[in-house]
Design a binder for this molecule. Structure first.
Ligand code: SF4
Length: 627
């Protein structure tokens, strides 16, 4: 609290004619705690009791596990979200997921911090009189639809730009189809944390953005500034693969790390070679025989004997693997040189496997594209800017001048969940759900769909961007006919292999074989894949047949299931329900409990194997489509 606010508090006390308890506390608490208390005074009172009437799928105190996908980075690891009493309380890796095999990095673990971040936008906001002010969703959608219509009618659609967080799966295609419906060009996929030099070099050398690194096939790994155990590339599968490879004492690869900073990878290396920053290229040139050892030693500051030993070991060991991180000014050249070493040593296809690469790094916009966009914005060539899941005003170098360029754009829309440097410059904020609150999918490796489903109800009055785009398209006469579906979940089902039944079967594991990334065109009305058509057809045929929309019961269409939910307060009153089954009879209900010493109860099933047996009913009844 500043001295000014302190004196203001004292003045209020004086004016009140006496020290009341509340005022006393206000003045006494000249600390963050008191500031917090004052700041919270206008907050809506919330109850500690989570449910008055518990949803059908929950038992107080017993956790439900939802298989979903981490969206903190584009690697798209599988997650098991533990939800208790309506709140997600813990994330763990999905042991059946092909990318992370049960592991989760610190960033993925910390995803809950974003979910419950008290700074999240509480609802949509629009700029009025220069200030962002709360508005209703109806008002916000109206403003967005109106701006889209104006942009198109004035011929500015070609100048509209959508920057989306980089991700794989069906949403990028869905987004491009939506943009095309308004006459706009495809979106820019942006990831500030990616090693763009390595991605560009890999594309040139191997034809893929990120090949699989098979550590177990290598006898020697030389990492030149590539912190592959911490923050470089697909770190979780790389950590797992490296740990597996090193666990085999007979064939474990040696790891030599070259770099000025002893990173996590450097700490795990058999040898750390401490070179001067920006001189890594000299080491690579020495390994390829282009630079004498003495010259490399002078450039890098590394003892000539150390470089000589490295060069000898590298020449004598096969197969090997050379990795390079491209963070410096010559990053692209460095990674290209390292890749050329791999090619000359016959490592490609043996330890570096482009054919089994990770798709999470494909189609990423380069920094040059973002710089070109800022130039376009500065020259008045951008009529409408939409940003989702990215903060380019902060993450791009200051020399790009993105924040200043935003001032030249007539209207800016942000889908950010949190206030950040970009959203603060926006004219309209349509806050997105957290990834644990919404439907989606990813394709981390070719042919594998990683499913994303809500693990809990939204914390705040936010909406999934995909649902917002559908809602706005429905208001547009030119696009409405192409969006007959109720929401993105329905759109997803209509494209999922096997439809609703296939999705229902895949959700407990969180993965399915196939690909949704290429199916970008919205389903036209009357198309048999349309979920809405299925609903109508089944209702006409027999009301007791599942509509195929949500697969939540073989005998009840989803709209009747919703009615059931409203009218029944006890699961036991539902037809066919037994205490051993959930209401949809997907999985045996294992709510057996045992008392523990403290007098509380806990689930008797604790091992991960047993937890897996309880993944059930991941389809959420309350998300079922209504008539
Ligand atoms: S590596 Fe996996 S767990 Fe970590 S942030 Fe990325 S997707 Fe999430």
């Amino acid at each position: 609290m500043s001295p000014d606010s302190e004196s203001a508090g004292a003045a209020r006390v004086a004016a009140s004619g006496g020290v009341k308890r509340r005022e006393f506390l206000k003045v006494l608490g000249v600390s963050t705690a008191a500031t917090t208390m004052l700041g919270c005074a206008s907050e809506k009172v919330e109850k500690l009791i989570p449910y008055l009437v518990s949803p059908d799928q929950t038992v107080p105190g017993v956790s439900t596990y939802y298989a979903t996908t981490c969206r903190e980075c584009s690697a798209a690891c599988g997650v098991m979200a533990e939800t208790r009493d309506g709140r997600t309380i813990k994330l763990e890796g999905n042991p059946e997921h092909p990318v992370n095999r049960g592991a989760l990095c610190a960033r993925g673990q910390a995803s809950l911090q974003g979910l419950y971040n008290p700074d999240r936008y509480r609802g949509p906001m629009a700029r009025r009189n220069g200030q962002l002010q709360p508005v209703t969703w109806e008002e916000a959608l109206q403003i967005f639809a109106q701006k889209l219509g104006e942009t198109r009618s004035r011929g500015g659609a070609a100048g509209a730009v959508f920057i989306n967080q980089h991700e794989s799966g069906s949403f990028p295609g869905f987004l491009d189809a939506w943009l095309a419906g308004f006459g706009m060009s495809g979106h820019l996929s942006y990831d500030a944390g990616a090693d763009h030099a390595a991605i560009a070099a890999n594309r040139q050398s191997y034809g893929v953005a990120w090949p699989k690194l098979d550590f177990s096939a290598a006898r020697l790994v030389v990492s030149i500034g590539a912190d592959f155990l911490d923050s470089w590339g697909a770190m979780v599968p790389q950590q797992l693969d490296f740990a597996d490879a090193r666990a085999d004492h007979q064939k474990a690869p040696r790891l030599i790390y070259v770099g000025p900073r002893r990173s996590l990878t450097g700490l795990n290396a058999d040898r750390w070679i401490d070179c001067r920053p920006g001189t890594e290229m000299a080491i690579v040139r020495t390994l390829s025989g282009q630079l004498p050892i003495e010259a490399a030693s002078q450039t890098t500051g590394v003892n000539a004997g150390v470089i000589d030993a490295l060069a000898r070991e590298f020449a004598a060991t096969a197969p090997s693997m050379v990795l390079a991180g491209g963070g410096g000014v010559d990053g692209l050249e460095l990674v290209l040189a390292a890749n050329a070493l791999n090619q000359s040593r016959g490592n490609v296809g043996v330890t570096i496997k482009p054919g089994e690469g990770y798709l999470g790094f494909d189609r990423m916009a380069s920094p040059a594209e973002l710089r070109a966009l800022a130039d376009r914005m500065n020259s008045g060539g951008v009529s409408l800017l939409m940003v989702r899941g990215a903060n380019p005003a902060f993450t791009l170098p200051k020399s790009v001048g993105f924040a200043a360029a935003m001032a030249k754009v007539p209207f800016k829309v942000s889908f950010s969940s949190y206030p950040d440097e970009t959203s603060e410059l926006a004219d309209l904020i349509l806050p997105d759900h957290h990834s644990l609150e919404q439907w989606g999918d990813a394709e981390p490796v070719r042919g594998t769909i990683s499913l994303q489903q809500p693990a809990m109800d939204p914390v705040f009055d936010t909406r999934a961007t995909s649902d917002v785009l559908i809602a706005v398209a429905k208001r547009d006469p030119g696009s409405a006919a192409r969006y007959p579906m109720a929401d993105y979940r329905s759109w997803l089902i209509s494209r999922f292999p096997g439809g609703a039944a296939g999705l229902s079967a895949a959700l407990p594991r969180g993965i399915a074989a196939g690909s949704l990334g290429e199916s970008t065109a919205p389903v036209a009305p009357g198309d048999p894949r349309s979920c809405h058509q299925n609903l109508l057809a089944n209702r006409r045929r027999d009301e007791s047949v599942d509509c195929g929309e949500n697969g939540i019961g073989k005998r009840r269409p989803c709209h009747r299931a919703n009615d059931d939910r409203k009218s029944h307060t006890s699961r036991a009153s539902l037809p066919g329900y037994t205490a051993r089954h959930c209401r949809n009879r997907h999985w045996p209900r294992t709510s057996a409990r045992r008392p523990v010493r403290e007098g509380r109860t806990q689930s008797a099933r604790d091992s991960s194997r047993d937890r897996r047996s309880r993944w059930r009913c991941c389809f959420r009844i309350d998300q079922g489509e209504r008539e």
